[in-house]
Design a protein around this ligand. Structure first.
Ligand code: NDP
Length: 294
C-alpha cells in the first residue's frame, strides 16, 4: 500500500478525549455538564443503532443523554411538541432528530422547529443558509461534513488553493462539505448523477470527497496520483465469509485507490467515527453558549 491511512477511529478517539477533558472542566467550574436529546421515531434498525452509538459516545465523554423513542405513527403536532419542550429544557443543549423520519412527517418543519442554539446536527434551514453564504458563520455545521474537514486538518492536508471534487450533492453530506471546502478556499467541483465523464472530473481532484452511496464506485484509474481521498460512503455488500453475511465498503475501491492516492480513509474506521465525535463537539459548544455557562 502506498497511501498513508487516515485513521478516523484513532483521530476520533483523540477528539473524544479532548472533549471529555473540557466537559470535566465545565463540571468543575459551573457544576453542570452538556446534555444531548436524541429523538428517535419508529423502529428502523439502522436508526436505532446510530442513536445507541451516539448515546454511548455521550456516556464516554460525560455528556448527559436524554432518549426519546417515539412511535412510528406519531403525529406532526405531537412531534413538534416534543421538540418545543426540549427547546425549553435548560438541561438540554443539543437536540438531534434521527433521520429519516417516517413519510407522513414533514422533516423540514421538524428540523426548522429546533432552536437554532440547540441545532447540533446543523440541519436547521438558517444554519444551512448561513453555511451557504460568505462570511455568515452558522452556529453549527453538520457533523459528517465537519468530520471530513477535521480529518484533513488533523492529517496536515492544506485545503487552500487545492482542486477539490465532491462526489454527491445531498443536503446531509455533499452540499455542506462542498460549502466548507469553498470557505477554506479550495477550487471546487461538485459531481452528481448527471455529471458527464465522471472519472475525468474526479481525476482533477487534489482532494476527493466521495459521498454517493455506490459500493466501490471510484476506481484506481479515476484518481490523480498523490490525491487525498476521503470516503464517506457506507455500503453493505454480500460477504458469505462474514458472520453477518455482509461487509461494509465505501464508495471508493480501497484496494485499487490506495495504490494511487497519497492519503485515504478506510471504511469502516474513517469518516464514521468522526461524525459522532463532531456531534459531541457540537453539543459541548452548544453548552458553552448556554445559560449560566458563559
Ligand atoms: P444520497 O443518496 O442522499 O446522495 C447521493 C448523492 O450521490 C446524490 O447527490 C446523487 O446524485 C449522487 N449519485 C448517486 N449515484 C451516482 C452516480 N452513479 N454517479 C454520480 N453521482 C451519483 O446519499 P447521502 O449523501 O446521504 O450519503 C452518501 C453516502 O454516505 C452513503 O453511502 C451513506 O451511507 C454515507 N453516509 C455516511 C455517513 C457517515 O457518518 N460515515 C453519514 C451520512 C452518510 P443526484 O443528486 O443527481 O441524485
Amino acid at each position: 500500500m502506498s497511501a498513508q491511512l487516515i485513521d478516523g477511529k484513532a483521530i476520533a478517539a483523540t477528539i473524544r478525549g479532548e472533549i471529555k477533558t473540557e466537559v470535566e472542566q465545565m463540571k468543575t467550574q459551573y457544576g453542570r455538564v452538556p446534555g444531548l436529546a436524541a429523538v428517535l421515531v419508529g423502529e428502523r434498525k439502522d436508526s436505532q443503532t446510530y442513536v445507541r452509538m451516539k448515546k454511548k459516545a455521550c456516556a464516554e465523554v460525560g455528556i448527559t443523554s436524554f432518549g426519546y423513542n417515539l412511535p412510528a405513527d406519531i403525529s406532526q403536532e405531537e412531534l413538534l411538541k416534543v421538540v418545543r419542550d426540549l427547546n425549553a429544557n435548560p438541561d438540554v443543549h443539543g437536540i438531534l432528530v434521527q433521520l429519516p423520519l417516517p413519510d407522513h412527517l414533514d422533516d423540514e418543519e421538524i428540523l426548522g422547529a429546533i432552536s437554532l442554539e440547540k441545532d447540533v446536527d446543523g440541519f436547521h434551514p438558517l444554519n444551512i443558509g448561513r453555511l451557504s453564504m460568505k462570511r455568515r458563520d452558522p452556529l453549527f455545521v453538520p457533523c459528517t461534513p465537519k468530520g471530513c474537514i477535521e480529518l484533513l486538518d488533523r492529517s496536515g492536508v492544506s485545503i487552500e488553493g487545492k482542486r477539490a471534487v465532491v462526489l454527491g450533492r445531498s443536503n446531509i453530506v455533499g452540499l455542506p462539505v462542498a460549502m466548507l471546502l469553498l470557505h477554506r478556499n479550495a477550487t471546487l467541483t461538485i459531481c452528481h448523477s448527471r455529471t458527464q465523464d465522471l472519472p475525468g472530473v474526479v481525476r482533477e481532484a487534489d482532494i476527493l470527497i466521495a459521498a454517493v452511496g455506490r459500493a466501490e464506485m471510484v476506481k484506481g484509474d479515476w484518481v490523480k496520483p498523490g490525491a487525498v481521498v476521503i470516503d464517506v460512503g457506507v455500503n453493505a455488500v454480500d460477504d458469505p465469509t462474514a458472520k453477518k453475511g455482509y461487509k461494509l465498503v465505501g464508495d471508493v475501491d480501497f484496494n485499487e485507490v490506495k495504490e494511487v492516492a497519497a492519503m485515504i480513509t478506510p471504511v469502516p474506521g474513517g469518516v464514521g467515527p468522526m461524525t459522532i465525535a463532531m456531534l459531541m463537539r457540537n453539543t459541548l459548544d452548544g453548552a458553552k453558549h448556554g445559560p449560566g455557562m458563559k
